[in-house]
Design a protein around this ligand. Sequence first.
Ligand SMILES: Cc1cc2nc3c(=O)[nH]c(=O)nc-3n(C[C@H](O)[C@H](O)[C@H](O)COP(=O)(O)OP(=O)(O)OC[C@H]3O[C@@H](n4cnc5c(N)ncnc54)[C@H](O)[C@@H]3O)c2cc1C
Length: 288
Amino acid sequence: MDAQYFVERFGARRRAPSFSSYGNAGTVGLLIEPRTKEEFVAAVAALGDESFDVAGRGTNILFPDGEYDAAVLTTRAMTGAEFCGEVAVALAGERLSSLAKKAAARGLSGLERLAAIPGSVGGAAAMNAGAFGTEFADVALWVDVLADGKRERLCPDECGFGYRKSALGKDAIVLAAAFSFARSDRAAVEREGRKYAALRAASQPKGRSLGSTFKRVDGTSAGWYIERAGLKGAREGGAEISQKHAGFIVNAGGGTAADYLALADRAQREVYKDCGVRLELEVVVAGR
Ligand SMILES: Cc1cc2nc3c(=O)[nH]c(=O)nc-3n(C[C@H](O)[C@H](O)[C@H](O)COP(=O)(O)OP(=O)(O)OC[C@H]3O[C@@H](n4cnc5c(N)ncnc54)[C@H](O)[C@@H]3O)c2cc1C
């Protein structure tokens, strides 16, 4: 790959620090951060058959320690949202929290339960992120994707949404999404938002993490099984199963990706030994 072309044409950076919210130290070979949909489409076209990773704001991706010799295309500089009546169209890199704030200021209800999820609109679409019984799929009207070099508009039924999964990703990159809101009043929407933020703050750790490490099992949180297996507070190097919420692995200081994966692996083994339940990673591991 002609990395210099991406540096000159798209302002890409070589050996840029990786940016996952777990905060392990590492770099990616080439970080490309387009600011518009057009630039994004041009960057994907220029990559051609080269392999690359897609990322949003890195709140659910674990990047390898050290040098990760790969091109990473992130939407995080591609932000903004436009409102028309009860509909908003947001670019993929827009923070879900920022979109929710803008909606609340207009008295539009719909994102209050998802407002504190720290990722981007594109990442929330790809993961079908959810909280308090509401998922991305419930509030999305359509999703614009880049698939096979072509831009397409998909309705939610065409996105393959399931529990913390979708058919969106590297083969159907989210460029933008539209949301449908219900008209309410600003104070009520903001009050609801504060209520869910407080519930979250009361139960989740503040430290650096990637959110829930594992998916729920038949509606039961993975944290419940991990706690049952006696692993609350367990550590591997700088990675720790949160004392506050066993479903989170937090970086307790100097945590590496290897520590994170060793601890996740230990949780899977011990939970299986304890009660025969297999935990499935929710977190995406780059390069796997
Ligand atoms: C403190 C904390 C709390 C969290 N709470 C929740 C929660 O309540 N509910 C929940 O569901 N999640 C939660 N998460 C996880 C995470 O915030 C969500 O999964 C979020 O939607 C990921 O968005 P992102 O932009 O950070 O995506 P990234 O982490 O950058 O990427 C995640 C996945 O999405 C893909 N992706 C990203 N952008 C695009 C795109 N534009 N097109 C196609 N694929 C894309 C990536 O390839 C990757 O596979 C939490 C995380 C943290 C750190």
